[in-house]
Design a binder for this molecule. Structure first.
Ligand code: FUC
Length: 779
């Protein structure tokens, strides 16, 4: 059945079915969530809400993407540069452990840095939960609920809970409005006057609640800035609109009695970028409450669908009747091939999570996107620059959500002045640099420990994301905007590279291969080195991009010539080790952990396109060997990354195997660095703990299995697993050059395709293994 007909049928059937079991784009459950990792994430790019669907007590976790503890700081060690020559000499003398010691003493950030990932009360700060809204219900009897259903429809961005007690059906509907910027919860009872409950707001610390003089429940507070305590301020406010019965505002509670319908409006904000946030919170709430709920909901769905509906996907026959999502995951584990729609759901869920966790003009999704339930979020819920924040954006261009890359560009732009200070303090270098972690306060210094904190690839890797948006959009104004950023990053590397006397290559020093270690000839474990492969690849790619940009913009000819000369002196995109793998370091060191979660030395394969089966077949073979040794497990982001690598190596069955691994159900929340990634019942990815990069990375992986366009041509279905090839259809994916792609396939062959663009353009397309030049059709 084609997608249009299928969708039409779905909409016709929906009112009759009432229930969600037949909607392929729905998560649903027959029980309330028993831990946070089972609750359903809703968000409008700024505000988030996660209802647990509780019967007697419902807890709804609230988020605001700007709510961070900590404050701006200057943690640069301005004496660091004087130690650089000595550090470099020690590395040249193969005294890596001595170099590492010296770095720990004199070349990391000043102060506690990230606080070892527990930085809520230091200046680095932490992304924190905004609060909990708790609803306590009184059913007058001990409630025995039947017909329980809890669901999240990702086609409409609406969640709901429904159950029946003593013949009364209670319904709750929740959304984070893409219309007015508020959160809404609508509660109804099928019989008159059956809703009796209280509403309460709190959070683990730094809060005060009161009843506002406009009949509202208000929670305010100020987080710790890591110095004397006075950090970011926030306010959240709840008002109720009630049909029948009455509502009281007293004792820091909203109390609803004998109502038939209640709509709770929640407005929130912080002083992160809005100094008059308190009155903004009030105003937004008042405006939202003047609209009818149904109109509010309609606008919400329309605005959400403007982005979501750009892509439709179908891998064969839709499942007629699906199981509740948690059982469906168990069933998929046993018999994955019988549920080809779960990967479709997981792909679209990735797009749903992107739309919900970021918006143009605000912040990019952090380690947990928008959703956190603690004041000490794991790893501070920060922006990790050695794969995680980059992965959070990898599904966006192919997934036709291009503009959602702009918040990352804004974050990076804001980092530049801080990164310039860091470049000077540590390397006396031009341009700007960022190391491994950043926050909303512009942190660019090395992390507090040499073993991971000295990585040099952060700023360069961010430039890959910025550049990628240009490749997909061809937007020249955007190119002019990012040019100073990528130029500054290139200038940093240009002025700090040193010559490796053994090879004659220009390399970074000191650096690390992200978070990994190697063995020195004397058996010692070491991290710090010169010229790890990822740095070499990033510098090569960045210099090339700056050269291309300067030519396109017709500026900086001298710089571009200079970079062209330097490119000749860089290490190649990969060196093949004696055992046939891509070497991770400049030297063929032995690794203590051959299955380490980071696979940074394949950066050239993805996200860069320095290694491809067509242009560098030997390196592509070596990449395969690298991946065989690394294995197919890890935290979810690592599994997702491997999925992307195998897609680029055109092995669809292997990529699918990794996707199946990510979809392993788990409820574990312990911090894991090894094997064991999976998904929670709410399909959020588990490192564990919850970390959203696995969701976005896997969505990017599925995109890459369907269309690739990084090697100078568009390839349709380049890495499909056998099980998806029977029949299917995809509409609205994007390829580099601002092309929109529609494909239909059957029995392993593309049967129809369209390549569309704003202006018909000649483009090379590989279809069913045949490379041809076509002219795109007008979009
Ligand atoms: C890096 C990874 C960890 C985790 C953390 C947030 O340190 O190595 O697995 O994802 O980031």
């Amino acid at each position: 059945m084609n997608i249009k007909k299928y969708k039409a049928l779905f909409f016709v059937l929906l009112p009759f079915l009432g229930y969600s079991q037949s909607n392929p784009l729905e998560l649903w459950y027959t029980k309330p969530a028993s831990q946070w990792e089972e609750t359903l994430p809703l968000g409008n790019g700024r505000l988030g809400i996660m209802p647990d669907g509780g019967i007697e007590t419902e807890k709804l976790v609230l988020n605001d993407i700007t709510l961070w503890s900590g404050s701006p700081q200057d943690a640069n060690n301005y004496k660091a540069f004087s130690f650089l020559p000595q550090i470099r000499e020690l590395l040249l003398a193969n005294k890596n452990s001595d170099a590492e010691k010296l770095i720990n003493e004199n070349f990391v950030c000043t102060g506690p840095g990230s606080g070892s990932g527990d930085g809520a009360n230091v200046q680095f700060g932490c992304y924190q939960v905004l609060g909990n809204m708790t609803l306590k219900f009184d059913y007058k009897t001990k409630p025995k609920a039947i017909n329980y259903n809890r669901s999240l429809n990702i086609q409409t961005a609406l969640a709901s809970t429904q159950f029946t007690i003593d013949g009364v059906t209670y319904k709750r509907e929740y959304f984070a409005s893409f219309g007015d910027d508020v959160l809404l919860v609508k509660l109804t009872s099928s019989k008159r006057g059956k809703l009796n409950f209280t509403v309460q707001l709190d959070r683990p610390e730094h809060f005060k609640t009161e009843i506002g003089n406009d009949n509202s429940l208000v929670m305010t507070g100020q987080l710790n800035n890591g110095i004397e305590g006075k950090g970011m301020k926030y306010k959240s406010k709840v008002k109720a609109q009630v049909k029948d019965g009455n509502v009281l505002y007293s004792n820091n509670l909203i109390e609803v009695r004998n109502a038939t319908e209640v709509i709770l409006y929640i407005s929130a904000g912080t002083d992160f970028k809005d100094k008059s946030f308190e009155s903004s919170v009030d105003k937004i709430l008042d405006v939202a409450m003047q609209k009818k709920y149904d109109d509010q909901k309609k606008t919400h769905i329309q605005n959400y669908q403007k982005l979501f509906n750009r892509v439709a996907l179908n891998f064969g026959k839709p499942v007629q009747k699906t199981l509740p999502t948690s059982e469906r995951l168990e069933a998929f584990l046993k018999e994955p091939d019988s549920d080809t729609q779960l990967p479709v759901l997981f792909y679209q869920y990735g797009r749903y999570l992107s739309i919900s966790s970021t918006r143009v003009g605000l912040l990019p999704p952090n380690l947990q996107g928008l959703w956190a339930h603690q004041v000490q979020t794991p790893w501070n819920g920060d922006y990790h620059l050695d794969v995680n924040v980059q992965m959070n954006h990898w599904a966006l261009e192919t997934g036709n959500l291009s503009e959602l890359n702009l918040p990352l560009k804004d974050l990076v732009k804001g980092m530049v002045p801080y990164g310039e200070k860091t470049a000077k303090a540590y390397y006396n270098a031009d341009g700007w640099v960022a190391h491994v972690i950043t926050n909303v306060w512009g942190f660019t210094e090395p992390g507090e420990s040499a073993s991971w904190g000295i990585a040099k690839a952060g700023s360069g890797w961010l430039c890959n994301n910025l550049w990628n948006h240009y490749l997909y959009t061809n937007d020249k104004d955007y190119l002019a905007e990012i040019y100073p950023i990528i130029k500054g990053a290139a200038q940093f590397y240009k002025s700090m590279l040193v010559k490796d006397p053994e090879t004659g290559w220009l390399v970074t020093s000191p650096s690390v291969s992200p978070e990994n270690s190697f063995l020195l000839p004397n058996g010692q474990d070491a991290h710090v080195c010169m010229g790890p492969t990822i740095d070499n690849q990033i510098v090569r790619e960045l210099f090339n991009d700056v050269i291309t940009a300067s030519k396109k913009l017709g500026i900086d000819k001298d710089l571009s010539n200079d970079l062209e000369q330097r490119l000749k002196l860089l290490p190649p995109p990969g060196v093949i080790s004696p055992d046939g793998r891509i070497q991770e370091w400049l030297k063929p060191y032995k690794e203590p952990d051959a299955q380490h979660r980071h696979i940074s030395h394949l950066y050239g394969l993805y996200p860069a396109s320095l290694i491809t089966p067509e242009s560098t077949p030997d390196l592509a073979e070596a990449a395969k060997k690298t991946l065989e040794v690394r294995g197919d497990d890890g935290p979810s982001w690592s599994i997702a990354y491997k999925m992307l690598f195998w897609s680029r190596l055109k092995d669809g069955n292997r990529a699918y195997k990794l996707l199946k691994t990510i979809l392993r159900p788990t409820l574990a929340t312990n911090i894991n660095y090894g094997a064991g990634g999976g998904v929670y019942p709410n399909l959020l990815s588990a490192g564990p703990p919850f970390q959203i990069d696995g969701n976005f990375g896997a969505a990017a992986g599925i995109g890459e299995m369907l269309v690739q366009s990084h090697a100078g041509f568009i390839e349709l279905l380049p890495a499909m697993p056998d099980v998806w090839l029977t029949e299917g259809e995809v509409k609205g994916l994007k390829a580099e050059g601002n092309f929109t792609i529609n494909i239909k396939w059957e029995k392993g062959k593309v049967t129809q395709y369209e390549v569309l663009s704003p202006v018909p353009t000649k483009v090379k397309v590989k279809v069913n293994g045949e490379l041809k030049e076509i002219t795109s059709s007008k979009l």
